[in-house]
Design a protein around this ligand. Structure first.
Ligand code: SF4
Length: 222
């Protein structure tokens, strides 16, 4: 969009601080079920699912974990088999060698330092091998302890289109969002944007004419 149109559009919708609440409320009304798309039954399964979800789809991870979690129920189970066997069991999620190595390293630390339990805070989670800030953010948010806002491709795109950030780098986008989004909404905010991004504000062709945020969005095209 040319610069003059961007300025016009920003004026039309008003400041982001005023818009952020109605954006959250409207998306929450639209997607009452917005939640993480991974299937898990406990904290360990949550952690493993999020670790496996790097560079693949949630649907693919759920397909793999539906049988994986029958076999691997405790941290010890991931260490009881040869690494090659674990690699075969998670092969379909891609990057299986690195993921198997990270999973085994993480299970070792869980047993050695956390009594076999998944820690709840971001600072503890990032100490696990192969667990970066994004994975730790997702897990700690799901465990009711959000310390940041998860930024994936949808959150990035929608935050930019909604004029909530001008940044490209996920860490800087997260920082902008943490200043803007009320803390009590940090956990659900990414889910709302992800659901909207998959259904309406699609990457290549946003369906602005069907969007509940039409009058709040500086990028609306109608
Ligand atoms: S109005 Fe268009 S660009 Fe803005 S959030 Fe809705 S679909 Fe996306």
């Amino acid at each position: 969009m040319p610069r003059s149109f961007v300025g016009e559009a920003r004026k039309r919708v008003g400041p982001k601080r005023i818009r952020v609440r109605p954006v959250i409320e409207r998306l929450a009304a639209e997607y009452a079920d917005a939640r993480i798309a991974l299937t898990f039954a406990n904290e360990l399964e949550l952690l493993v699912s999020v670790m496996l979800s790097a560079q693949t789809t949630d649907v693919n991870v759920n397909r793999v974990t539906s049988t994986l979690f029958e076999k691997y129920k405790r941290p010890e189970d991931y260490l009881a088999v040869p690494q090659e066997e674990l690699e075969r069991d998670i092969f379909a999620t891609g990057f299986f060698r690195q993921k198997a190595k990270s999973l085994r390293g993480t299970m070792r630390v869980l047993l050695d330092e956390f009594g076999g339990e998944v820690p709840r805070t971001l600072d503890e989670l990032v100490r696990l091998p192969g667990v970066g800030r994004k994975t730790a953010n997702v897990v700690s948010s799901e465990l009711g302890n959000p310390r940041g806002i998860v930024v994936d491709t949808h959150v990035r795109r929608l935050s930019q289109r909604l004029g909530f950030t001008k940044q490209e780098d996920p860490v800087k986008i997260e920082r902008d969002l943490m200043r803007l989004v009320p803390r009590e909404d940090w956990a659900r905010f990414p889910h709302l944007l992800i659901w909207h991004g998959r259904r309406v504000c699609i990457a290549r062709a946003p369906r602005c004419e069907d969007c509940v945020l039409l009058d709040l969005c500086p990028s609306a095209r109608v």
